[in-house]
Design a protein around this ligand. Structure first.
Ligand code: ADP
Ligand code: MG
Length: 569
């Protein structure tokens, strides 16, 4: 994820919000990566699953191992302490005769405790020999302990229970260590009887720190193993998904290039697996597509050739016919009325024929890619005025008011004036013919890079569905519509090609009864791409969304009503 360099200072100044904004940005980047890559998704899912499964297993294992370790150790401790207690009791019993004084007894007790300090398995433990309270004894000997500071670990509850029980009891304790957390230990207690002195409680304190160390070591090993396993799992899934995703990526790349028109692009076929099958099928598809497109291209090239050849071939006989018709036309006064009328019709239809042929030839020049832009620096206002002048005669004959709204200053642009004038002429003739006597407005506007010319009429108009087809060749909204000037149906198709040749565009808006608006947008210099037009295509006064017209219910459309009325009138 990248952060645009320019955004840093602003963010630093904002201070508090900066961290959160950056986090949100980073978060969005991560989400985009996650959604955009199948591989990342699979690997992270596998990792999450692996971590969950391994931590569950690790927890279970370490729990079982801890239990096993402590149980073993405890049974060993209990056996050890029982036999030690028995030995101590035996010594006390055996020495029943040779005690004379309290110091003698205390020496005996200290002696026994000293011996008990080392257990049966050679391990050191703390021993506490505590006199049971409230004894009706004449002799009293002090308690014997090996670690006075740890006597407090033996709670009075434990002592009471030990006195009452005739088996040994045990209790887990935490043995305090200076400046460190306490280490686990076990206190085992039972009673012994010292003849003539009384009952004593004998406790052993065992240290379990070595078990704890063992457990910690095992846990470390388990954790290390889990981390290694997760890493291996991640690497494996990454490798596996990469092998699966790479051919898909390759296919996407090739498909993109195919879509860009590089029809000979193919996928590499490796091996015999499913991926190879995918690549082979993909290539077969591309092959047949290429074949089909070539066939269609050939066909359309042939058709274009045919149209162009036919048009050229027709030119010569047409010239001859034209000359003959001229002669007939000029001598029509001497003909009988029926023949004179025919001569007039012939000339009129010849005009149309010539116009059609000229348009056909122009169209085939566009199709063959032979149309060239003959651009020059011109004030576009002049071009507009020229086209309006040419159309004014037709407008006058139709009773249509023609107005032009031009900027006060020059609109200099690199355009092909012949083509721009042809576009405008066609737009104006169309508008005047369909205006039904309403005014037609031409507007020119420009900004730094782009200029726009709009031709707006308020005549019959078209439905949006019809408007979609106005640039189609030979398309007419109503072929039966009375045509006086009589276009060829190629006018707007040629106009659009002319606009495209400039790197511009020609758009249409129209509604039945509200007229039509044609907007021509052209770059003022070569190399400028058009983003927005200085003029709007749709008129502001248009009623915004129309209710959708159901089939056969045209009258439900309010905009259509005045149009129908007017047509009937
Ligand atoms: N201003 C307009 N108002 C209504 N319909 C229009 C207008 N301009 C064009 N059209 C429709 O688009 C069709 C195609 O126009 P065009 O390509 O110029 O061919 P032509 O003018 O030779 O018929 C016209 O026949 C007409 O039905
Ligand atoms: Mg036309």
């Amino acid at each position: 994820m990248s952060v645009a360099a320019g955004t840093w200072p602003a963010r630093v100044r904002r201070g508090a919000g900066r961290g959160r904004a950056w986090l949100a940005l980073a978060g969005r980047g991560v989400v985009a990566r996650w959604r955009g890559s199948l591989q990342i998704r699979v690997v992270t899912s596998a990792l999450a699953f692996g971590v969950a499964a391994l931590s569950g297993l690790g927890w279970f294992l370490s729990d079982r191992i801890a239990d096993g370790l402590y149980e073993d150790r405890l049974s060993q401790i209990l056996g050890d302490s029982a036999s030690s207690t028995q030995q101590a009791q035996e010594r006390f019993t055996a020495s029943a005769g040779d005690r004379a004084s309290v110091p003698d007894v205390e020496r005996l007790l200290a002696d026994v405790v000293g011996q008990l300090r080392v257990g049966g398995s050679g391990e050191r433990r703390d021993v506490f020999l505590l006199a049971a309270p409230n004894q009706p004894s004449r002799t009293f000997a002090n308690d014997q302990v090996t670690a006075a500071d740890r006597v407090s670990l033996i709670t009075s509850e434990l002592r009471a229970q030990v006195r009452e029980s005739d088996v040994q009891l045990w209790m887990p304790v935490g043995i305090p260590v200076d400046g460190e957390p306490p280490v686990p230990g076990v206190v085992v207690g039972s009673t012994v009887t010292v003849p003539t002195v009384g009952t004593y409680e004998l406790y052993y304190l065992y240290d379990l720190s070595s078990e704890q160390q063992t457990l910690a070591f095992i846990q470390r090993v388990l954790l290390l193993g889990a981390v290694a396993l997760v890493a291996v799992l991640g690497a494996l899934t990454w490798l596996v998904t990469r092998t699966a995703v790479q051919p898909v990526r390759a296919a996407a790349r090739v498909a993109e290039r195919l879509a860009d028109g590089l029809l000979s692009e193919r996928m590499a076929v490796r091996g015999e697996d499913e991926m190879a099958t995918l690549a082979r099928s993909f290539n077969e598809m591309a092959e047949s597509l290429q074949l089909q497109i070539h066939r269609m291209e050939d066909l359309s090239r042939l058709q274009r050739r045919f149209v162009s050849d036919v048009s050229h071939e027709l030119k010569t006989p047409l010239t001859t016919i034209r000359m003959a018709a001229e002669i007939l036309h000029s001598s029509r006064d001497r003909l009988d009325p029926a023949a004179a009328r025919s001569a007039e019709l012939l000339t009129a239809q010849l005009d149309r024929f010539e116009a059609l042929l000229a348009d056909l030839l122009e169209m085939s020049r566009f199709d063959a890619g032979a149309a060239m832009l003959d651009a020059e620096r011109r004030d576009v206002r002049e071009v507009v005025v020229g086209a309006v002048d040419q159309a004014s005669a037709l407008a006058a004959s139709k009773g249509v008011w023609l107005s032009a709204d031009l900027p006060a200053e020059q609109v200099i642009a690199d355009v092909d004036p012949r083509r721009v004038e042809r576009i405008l002429r066609n737009l104006l003739v169309n508008a005047i013919e369909h205006a039904e006597g309403n005014p037609v407005e031409v507007t020119l506007a420009a900004d730094e890079n782009v200029l726009a010319i709009r031709v707006r009429d308020h005549g019959v108009g078209m439905t949006p569905e019809e408007a979609e087809h106005v640039f189609d060749r030979f398309w007419r909204a109503d072929p039966a519509r009375a045509r006086t000037t009589g276009g060829t149906g190629l006018g707007l198709a040629i106009s659009q090609e002319d606009a495209r040749l400039h790197g511009g565009r020609l758009e249409v808006w129209s509604r039945p009864g509200l007229g039509a608006s044609f907007l021509l947008t052209l770059p003022r210099r070569a190399g400028i791409t058009i983003e927005a037009s200085p003029l709007s295509l749709e008129p502001e006064e248009a009623p915004v969304p129309e209710p959708r017209v159901e089939e056969g219910a045209a009258a439900a459309d309010p905009a259509a009503v005045p149009d129908l009325d007017r047509l009937e009138a």
